[in-house]
Design a protein around this ligand. Structure first.
Ligand code: 8X3
Length: 236
């Protein structure tokens, strides 16, 4: 890793995570790309000169392996997602558990594992960027569990910001971003339902969010961007 600054990106095997890893690497960061799918990660790490690390944010033992990284200056808590779009009365507790385990507890586990390294970053330059969502600010039909989980991420971002003034904490809250997997996962593999979410609409791309990550990470250590909401122009 030479003496480059090190960024850890969770959920880096696709979508916003992969795009953010590429953008950070292009800006000179050594990026540790972490996720479950090692085949994709190995390819991405080779492309950007980074390190691939197998990570399941729902598994404490897997997360504990992050503690062995010698240096971490930036953590992008990006792993997460939605499952289902049913009214609350029809949701399954398993889906609630999955959404809380990945989005909320995944963020907590990874943050706890890497906080000591982030606090040790030179000149208080450590930075945590949490991937929130406009779902953390509003509630929509069928979104109860995901909305609750992303509201939870926002509480985590605010608590970390209050409690750790030797590092910076930013939450990015994207609206509609057309990525290959988010809606396919939400609709349990139904690709035509997933495609309909973005059809005939102005959408953001993963690269748009990656550009925000790159910019926030490029700022000097005395600047904290607390929250940034990103939407396509026509999403109000
Ligand atoms: C994803 C955005 O609007 O589908 O976080 O909840 S939305």
């Amino acid at each position: 890793m030479e003496d480059k600054k090190v960024a850890v990106v969770t959920g880096a095997s696709s979508g916003i995570g992969a795009a953010a890893a590429r953008a950070l690497a292009a800006d000179g960061w050594h990026v540790v790309v972490a996720a479950r799918r090692m085949d994709r990660l190995t390819q991405l790490a080779a492309e950007i000169g980074g390190t691939a690390l197998e990570l399941d944010v729902t598994d404490a033992e897997s997360v504990a392996r992050l503690e062995k990284l010698p240096r971490v200056d930036l953590l992008l808590n990006n792993a997460g997602g939605a499952k289902g779009l049913e009214p609350l009365a029809e949701t399954s507790v398993q889906d609630w558990q999955w959404m809380f385990d990945t989005n909320v507890l995944g963020t907590v586990r990874v943050t706890q594992a890497l906080l000591p390294k982030l606090l040790a970053a030179p000149n208080n330059s450590g930075l945590i960027i949490n991937m929130g969502s406009i779902a953390g600010w509003t509630v929509y039909e069928g979104g109860s569990a995901y909305n609750a989980a992303k509201h939870g991420v926002r509480v985590i971002s605010r608590a970390l910001r209050l409690e750790n003034q030797k590092i910076r904490v930013t939450e990015l809250d994207p609206g509609r971003v057309a990525t290959a997997e988010f809606s396919v996962n939400r609709f349990r593999g139904d690709t035509s339902k997933a495609a309909a979410v973005y059809a005939d609409q102005l959408n953001l791309t993963a690269e748009d969010i990656a550009e925000a990550v790159r910019w926030v990470a490029s700022l000097p250590a005395h600047v904290n961007i607390d929250v940034m909401t990103l939407k396509p122009r026509t999403q109000t």
